[in-house]
Design a protein around this ligand. Sequence first.
Ligand SMILES: Nc1nc2c(c(=O)[nH]1)N[C@H]1C(S)=C(S)[C@@H](COP(=O)(O)OP(=O)(O)OC[C@H]3O[C@@H](n4cnc5c(=O)[nH]c(N)nc54)[C@H](O)[C@@H]3O)O[C@H]1N2
Ligand SMILES: Nc1nc2c(c(=O)[nH]1)N[C@H]1C(S)=C(S)[C@@H](COP(=O)(O)OP(=O)(O)OC[C@H]3O[C@@H](n4cnc5c(=O)[nH]c(N)nc54)[C@H](O)[C@@H]3O)O[C@H]1N2
Ligand code: SF4
Ligand SMILES: [Mo]
Length: 689
Amino acid sequence: MTTQRVRGCCPHDCPDTCATITEVRDGRAVAFYADPEHPITQGWLCAKVRPYLERVYSPDRLLYPLRRVGPKGSGRWERISWDEAITTIAERWQAIIAEYGAAAILPYSYSGTLGLLQTAIVDARLWNRMGASGLDRTICCAAAHAAVYATLGARRSPDYDDLRHSRLIILWGHNPASAGPHAMPFIRQAQRAGAYVVVIDPRRTATARSADLHLAIRPATDGALALGMMNVIFAENLHDEAWLEAHTVGWRELRARAAEYDPERVATITGLPVSTIIELARRYATTKPAIIKTADGIQRHQNGGQTFRALLCLPAVVGQYGVRGGGLAYSTGGYATWDAEAVGHASECPPVPRTVNMNRLGAALTGEVTDPPIMSLFVYCANPLASSPNAGLIEQGLRREDLFTVVHELFMTDTARYADIVLPATSQLEHLDLHRAYGHRYLTLNQPAIAPLGEAKSNWDVTRLLAQAMGYSEPWLHESAEEAIRGVLDASRARNPFLAGITFERLQQEGTIRLTLSPENEVPFADGHFPTPSGKVELWSATMAAQGLDPLPHYEPPAEYVAHPPEEGWLTLISAAAHHFVSSSMANQPSLRAKEGEPTIEINPVDAAARNIRDGDVVVVSNQRGQCHLRAVVSTNVPPGVVSAVKGHWPSLSPDGRNVNWTTPDALADLGGQSTFHSNRVQVWPSRI
Ligand SMILES: Nc1nc2c(c(=O)[nH]1)N[C@H]1C(S)=C(S)[C@@H](COP(=O)(O)OP(=O)(O)OC[C@H]3O[C@@H](n4cnc5c(=O)[nH]c(N)nc54)[C@H](O)[C@@H]3O)O[C@H]1N2
Ligand SMILES: Nc1nc2c(c(=O)[nH]1)N[C@H]1C(S)=C(S)[C@@H](COP(=O)(O)OP(=O)(O)OC[C@H]3O[C@@H](n4cnc5c(=O)[nH]c(N)nc54)[C@H](O)[C@@H]3O)O[C@H]1N2
Ligand code: SF4
Ligand SMILES: [Mo]
């Protein structure tokens, strides 16, 4: 029997976008492994995705459309045909449109897959054509994006292998050992060659354990630390004045702002010793190349935008942008930008009637959004009941008898359980897509390796069926998957030099292709040009001033921290990435659940003793929004005042049917409408169950 090898890539929300190979025999995938030749993947996959065929061939895969027959959430279903499912949806939508207008229909999606077709195109075309409510996709990285665009003008970062050139690496609010593991070998290599690695994270993560220095900063105080470092650097004349003069706007204003953050004040805010702050500043200013590598966790605070702005200013102060091994590594997502019109055809559609912030889903479903209210929710590539904030309120919304909910999924998630119609989705092995990465600068084509399981259909195929049933005849709603991808790639290439020479044919042959980087832009911003309005690094941002925002970075504590002080027993709950899941994806896979263990909360011995909590006790974690039960792990991995419970556990696989998001805030951050998961204060007590 012949074995076919099909090239693809991991679709999950992870910066590494690993290149993969699937071996297929007789129509069945028999092996799945990393492409040994990809320079970043380097022949290995993470613990989550190595057993991927367990996910693809899981007995729990949804294989047929289902219609609810019991009360909402009861889990009673009957199998229906695709024809019936699509007709039912289209009829309900036509009726809703006739009565309320299309704005009453809300698509809800995020990062189940990151493909151009199954995500970007599907997120836009049908909904634009329909005039449905727009979704502000702000759950993950909106504050950082706003900060980056205001400061640098584009999301550009080096590849991981450039870390080998760094002499100082500050991993700031970032846990790559779990959340972007392919950076780790390069960090190790730099460390072996003498680089000094600092981790700034309230938790002692796996990444922190392997660093030369771990600073367990108080949550949400990083903006103050960054400004305190600038204070020392300016005061000791360690800044790069020539670079600041040539390449920045507003460095003197920034210096004046930083003067407010003397090390003593910053020590009081951050909980770090004065000497540590001064030493870190000196080390950062005098060790070159120095890179700050950060990610998304740090911005999930109410002050996340200004915090990120402060981080972005630091490399400018010491003249490290444009230097190989220096600068700031956040995201490479700004290179392979897709042509927005080709993706969404918005100019041919009615204007988006309104946008709903995805972090406010519960509120939106229960009265915050009116005129018209949301009468239908179409969820795909997302599991809001597990992953979105203030989930108790979302559950209340999903229970609404008058809400028509459709969920397109691979598995019966907690969210899908509340649907009126459930549609089965294909896995990455069963559909075509094109992927850019946010951690490196390669494009990868994912070729389908096997036929869809059961009656599963891809997001794009569902879009096409719905478009047809709704009577939308635009050709861009009926293209084949390949035509849709080619169309966007060709239109984008025509405008974007980073895509020069990258064609669909080449992708078919080569699988993965490095973006086209000239010697001047191989190192981000090496040409000295920043695509901001001034062409410089905007330390003082006119764009932000025009929006009524502080044009300089500043520190302000989250309102929830002020309202719920530690003296009254409140603890800060951080809910960061789990090692064995990607958000809630994979968190139903038995082998990975076994490795990750049951849902726990880490608590410092001091806080545990004060509450009479012993290691292994079940505790109630609660606040004004809700509660969940978790098993306590008493550990110095978290400092006093901070507790940690990973995100991603499925509520239905948790002790009381709830997870940590029953407590997390749905308040929005200072920039971009960003989520604020970690600006969360809770009470923790022993439970009687
Ligand atoms: N294994 C795994 N990998 C993942 C994911 C996953 O769920 N599991 N999720 C993916 C997604 S969606 C994303 S966005 C990325 C996120 O990638 P990261 O941002 O690296 O991951 P997080 O765990 O969200 O946050 C990083 C760290 O920030 C710390 N942190 C929280 N608040 C603060 C603070 O105020 N200051 C400082 N200095 N640190 C703070 C947390 O303790 C955590 O260790 O990872 C992706 N990769
Ligand atoms: N407490 C807490 N919660 C958090 C965070 C945090 O830091 N703390 N981080 C947040 C972050 S950074 C993010 S990005 C969000 C992620 O939140 P979501 O985007 O909701 O991600 P998941 O929970 O992984 O759910 C994705 C779902 O998409 C499905 N899926 C996968 N591929 C496909 C497909 O091709 N088609 C369809 N129709 N479905 C598919 C998967 O089976 C999965 O159930 O979570 C957020 N939640
Ligand atoms: S989750 Fe990340 S590290 Fe794991 S296989 Fe996917 S892209 Fe690679
Ligand atoms: Mo994310």
